[in-house]
Design a protein around this ligand. Sequence first.
Ligand code: UDP
Length: 460
Amino acid sequence: MRQRRGHAIMVAFPFQGHITPYMNLAMKLASKGFLVTFVHLEFIHHKLLSSLSEPDPFTMARKSGLDIRYTTISDGFPIDHDRVDDKYWEFMLLNFWIRVDEFVGKLIRSSDPDLVPFLVTDTLFTWQTAVAEKHNLLKVSFWTEPALVFSLAYHVQLLRENGHFPCKDHVEEEINYVDGVKSVNTKDLMPYLKECRSRTLVHKVQMKAFDEVKKADFILHNTVYELESGILSALNKIQPNYAVGPISFSRNLPASVTRTLWSESDCSVWLRSKPPGSVLYISFGSSLQDSKQIVGEIAYGLLLSKVSFVWVVREDADLPSSFRDEITERGLVVPWCNQIKVLSDPAVGGFLTHCGWNSVLESMWCGVPMICHPLDYDQPTNRKLVVDDWKVGINLCEGGCVEREEVCEKMDGFMNGGVSERLRKEMKKVREKLHDALENDGSSEANFEQFVKDLKAKLA
Ligand code: UDP
């Protein structure tokens, strides 16, 4: 009997930190013989156009033999709508599924009947079950943050029973009762589990997302088993979980596919003029902005220090007005860059980061120790992994208050002193785990193969 071919239907969650790994997952699935229909929301497509040479980001992927069809759907909001307000999140939470449902219905009706469609969704979307049940589809959920964050959010009921959800804002207690999680202090919990956020829409979206993921047929994690083995093994007792990261560094993915939403400034000429390991790379990711006051303290701290730096600043207005005039050749400020290229440059010796999970993975992949300054979402919990567990980073400020003198001291010490030597030694071990996982016989490759096998068996 002829085996029917699987058809992955993928709608991208509209944030940079989710788009890159998800596009890489799409290509990885296509490389295993699946047909992929990849969908961006129209406003994301519109943003991408400025950095794309072709209107379809997967053109080059197709040229290298991957069967990926690209299309867009509208979320019904104007292209330039500021999609951070409650109105937008409410729509995403309650009504977006109707648009996806229409799209999926049409796609299935017009597809070759030999194809077996299935959904591959970002875990943070909240419509998988509604759409999958209507069309009788298998559900693959893709989690783009560490397994520790997943496990804590997955076990909110247990946290609730122990008085840690919603967590009182200034309480510091150890959570040591979640299977597989050694111990996490409540101060390191994701802020959306805290009491002060419990009425926000972001909180509601996260909670609904974790109700949904419990109904998924497969869960993929963009992490490495060897880094989070206890947690992943414990989760595996409940549902099929596969650690397949860091997916963006998977072998043989076409490099020339545009995954980021802004044009990249080239830093390589400037970096070439700097001695090895002497430059601090600074970026706080794609979506969050620190307060003007804190950005100012970091900027003045940099000026006081002797450190050379590349700083990604998306909103120039947040920098102190004289900053650019004062940095001379010691610093380079860019609106966006190719972060992996910068982190791979021999001149770069440290990364001041907000601890977004992609940034953490990229830094570890390149072996660059971190100074951590988490802002929100999963970042405080990721910081705990980087600083306390894996010991490949330090905190920017110990007391939670960012002051220029401390920033200066930390940066100078980190870039020139013995601190980074100690971190570098630990980093070597972690980096090796990441690279090994993506070798042909590595855990992430093996897990991906196993996932493909299990999926095909269920699709048959
Ligand atoms: N990034 C980039 N250029 C920049 C800054 C960031 O390409 O100038 C990329 C970075 O490589 C990472 C993503 O943007 O893949 C940011 O994701 P992360 O999870 O670190 O943070 P988020 O943006 O989700 O807060």
